[in-house]
Design a protein around this ligand. Structure first.
Ligand SMILES: [Zn+2]
Length: 278
């Protein structure tokens, strides 16, 4: 499977919120998405990054709070659909989109892909499905970002078919074989958002990618096992679970320094892995 690390827009926030001991300056948090070119299933995406719908949906209160918290920059050429055209792909060529979680910066472009099957952990969706207004925005969820036919187009991961993972995945012991060929193994990464899904993806030349979404905002946080500022707990579904997940990522990374562990918003990691210069 060919794997391309891309980004669609970025927001800015103070580094010291993202990691304990971080600087007071604002840094860029790119909204990463990945293009996965599978020999049998064709082109697929992991998340989508921002789209202009984010601005439409955050024009009025209470959603405007979201824009204030994370000011977003997005250029026309950054849109997922425009970047895919450089790979000679049309939106209808995307067969699956794997949704790590339903925060706006991960799902804003779903509606551009009308032939894709949306794959997610069931409780991630159930947690936000009926949330509206202030309740929704407090979950970093903007309901109108989801396509109207989302329910018909989505396929939640079947939790009744867990897979015991071999020891090389330790400390992760349970996963879900998303396509049935072991090319994509999902694991739950609880804490940041309910039902957050991380994915191990097998690339070419024996390279493994581990997409960890927002389980850590910076790779440095995983390497040093350093959580964000305590105030960030207000944003998380479960602060205690977040710490446990971060510790698990830390020990996994110590055992597998050659696996490309990719936090969705880590500029350093995404720049290093990006197949295009920004
Ligand atoms: Zn998030």
């Amino acid at each position: 499977m060919k794997i391309h690390i891309l980004r669609a827009g970025y927001c800015t926030a103070p580094e010291h919120i993202a990691i304990q001991g971080g600087a007071w300056r604002h840094i860029h948090f790119p909204a990463m998405f990945a293009l996965l070119e599978h020999p049998r299933f064709g082109a697929m995406l992991f998340d989508t990054g921002y789209s202009y719908r984010f601005f439409d949906e955050t024009r009025a209160f209470p959603n405007r709070l979201y824009r204030w918290m994370t000011p977003v920059t997005l250029r026309e050429q950054d849109l997922a659909i425009n970047q895919l055209s450089t790979f000679n792909l049309q939106p209808r060529d995307i067969s699956h989109i794997f949704i790590s979680h339903f925060h706006a910066d991960h799902i804003a472009a779903l509606a551009d892909f009308d032939r894709a099957r949306f794959v997610h952990l069931p409780h991630a969706y159930e947690h936000i499905r009926f949330a509206r207004g202030l309740e929704a925005v407090s979950k970093a969820y903007l309901p109108d970002l989801l396509p109207g036919d989302f329910d018909e187009c989505s396929a939640s991961v079947d939790l009744s078919k867990p897979r015991a993972l071999p020891p090389e995945y330790a400390p992760f012991t349970i996963g879900y074989d998303l396509l049935g060929d072991e090319s994509l193994i999902a694991v739950e990464l609880p804490g940041h958002a309910t039902g957050q899904m991380g994915i191990f993806a097998r690339g070419e030349n024996d390279q493994t990618f581990f997409f960890v979404a927002d389980a850590a905002w910076l790779k440095r946080a995983v390497v040093q096992n350093l959580p964000p500022h305590k105030i960030a707990n207000l944003l998380f579904a479960d602060g205690q679970a977040y710490r446990e997940t971060l510790s698990n990522l830390h020990s996994y990374h110590l055992n597998h320094p050659n696996v490309h562990l990719v936090p969705s918003h880590c500029e350093e990691t995404i720049s290093a892995l990006s197949s295009r210069s920004v």
